[in-house]
Design a protein around this ligand. Structure first.
Ligand code: MLT
Length: 206
């Protein structure tokens, strides 16, 4: 079911191209990351949903009880719902379901991390810009073959670096091929890390 408000921007060869799944931060929308996506991977399809939760009018991908404290039942439900949307969108638009790279910022990076842990294999790659441990799955995920770029700010007041380090350790334990960058930054993205993410995507394209 295509039941997320979203944008889909097809590449010229959309039926064989990689697809970037763009996941915005709290208060963002489906338009926010299109430019970033285009600059990261000019030849990719872009699929950009808007989170369904409204927190005082600010779209998010799942509910939270407080900053950094997540409503886990909602997070699990929303993660599976988003996974179903991706599969339905792949069918509807005709892009390959096995060439999907998530690019998430903050809340969007957190739901992408949850998708990696709860639906391993759905994403072949993920660029997580400012993420923390979203939940600890009951069944440990097997992420062998999944490539992840995680960039975290050493001075991020919202997503503390120790938490990001725990997420990195979880991914490694799950067998993911992880590139983890701890950068001199806060919550805002930097040009240098976007350049690193672009180079990483190029190196890790099939
Ligand atoms: C979250 O709620 O996912 C994180 O705290 C990041 C954010 O503020 O969106």
């Amino acid at each position: 079911m295509i039941d997320f408000i979203h944008r889909f921007v097809p590449a010229a060869n959309f039926s064989t191209a990689d697809t970037l799944l763009l996941l915005h931060g709290t208060g963002g929308n489906e338009n926010d990351l299109l430019e970033l996506g285009r600059s990261l991977a000019p030849g990719a399809n872009l699929l950009s949903p808007r989170g369904k939760i409204s927190e005082n009018g600010m779209p998010r991908f799942f509910r939270r009880l407080a900053e950094g404290v997540f409503d886990e039942a909602d997070l699990i439900h929303r993660t599976h719902e988003l996974a179903e949307f991706i599969a339905a969108a792949a069918k509807h638009y005709g892009f390959p379901p096995d060439k999907i790279t998530a690019v998430g910022y903050s809340n969007g990076a957190n739901i992408a991390a949850a998708m990696l842990l709860l639906r391993p294999g759905l994403l072949c790659r993920a660029v997580l810009l400012r993420a923390m441990v979203p939940l600890v799955p009951e069944e440990p995920a097997d992420l062998t073959g999944t490539r992840i770029f995680l960039a975290s700010g050493l001075g991020d007041p919202i997503l503390p670096i120790d938490n990001a380090r725990r997420l990195a350790a979880m991914f490694c334990k799950a067998g993911a091929d992880l590139t983890f960058q701890e950068i001199q930054a806060g919550h805002q993205l930097t040009t240098a890390e976007i350049d690193s993410a672009r180079a990483w995507l190029l190196e890790n394209s099939d």
